[in-house]
Design a protein. Structure first.
Length: 212
């Protein structure tokens, strides 16, 4: 690859990042109702140019989802690896997820919920794109659990069951809590940690592993 090609790729990456930042601003303002027209206007470009970079709304959604999921996974890993007792780290991990969706509820709703006049009117199927996000989080958490806990001969399968189960629990409980606010975030964290704590508390750390 010559210098010109590298420069063009760097410019393209910078432009793509600028467009994603413009999309983020619109999503923070409009939530699930964010449209390609509004995002193009925010970026100071026409919609065909936006399509040229992302293909369609699904492509833009996937890019935004990766951006936010990467950041969320980084915060979950940091909570899991914090120097604290296991119960405290479980609570910190649950709190990291709930803090993220509470801090940017419009982004969460854009990624996880359809809009009557937004995504659906542009032929956009939220479920088709949001399900892979949850699967990715489940696999990532399963990897962390498998690396840290000695779960016996069927440990890999159990780690995946737990990983996807915990992510499903966090998503369902967090969605309900964000909509109704029936209790404080700290109360929800403690209640969810209580639900998880049985066998997780009894499992031993994997020999030679990073521990949990």
């Amino acid at each position: 690859m010559d210098t010109t090609q590298r420069t063009d790729q760097a410019r393209s990456a910078d432009r793509r990042r600028e467009l994603l930042e413009a999309a983020d601003r619109v999503v923070l303002r409009d939530g699930p109702g964010a449209s390609m027209n509004a995002i193009a206007a925010e970026a100071g470009i026409t919609k065909p140019i936006l399509y040229r970079h992302f293909g369609d709304k699904g492509g833009l959604y996937a890019a935004l989802a990766k951006r936010h999921t990467d950041a969320l996974l980084d915060s979950l890993r940091a909570a899991l690896d914090a120097p604290a007792e296991r119960r405290e780290r479980v609570e910190q991990t649950l709190d990291a997820y709930l803090t993220a969706i509470e801090a940017r509820p419009q982004v969460y709703r854009f990624l996880m919920h359809p809009s009557e006049g937004g995504q659906q009117s542009e032929g956009f199927d939220v479920g088709k794109h949001s399900a892979p996000l949850l699967r990715r989080m489940g696999e990532e958490l399963a990897q962390v659990i498998g690396d840290r806990l000695d779960l016996g001969p069927a440990g890999e399968q159990l780690a995946r069951v737990w990983g996807h189960g915990i992510v499903g629990m966090m998503h369902a409980a967090g969605d309900w809590w964000l909509g109704e606010r029936p209790c404080t975030r700290a109360e929800l964290v403690r209640s969810l940690a209580d639900l998880l704590w049985g066998r997780l508390a009894a499992a031993g750390d994997k020999v030679g592993g990073p521990g949990f």
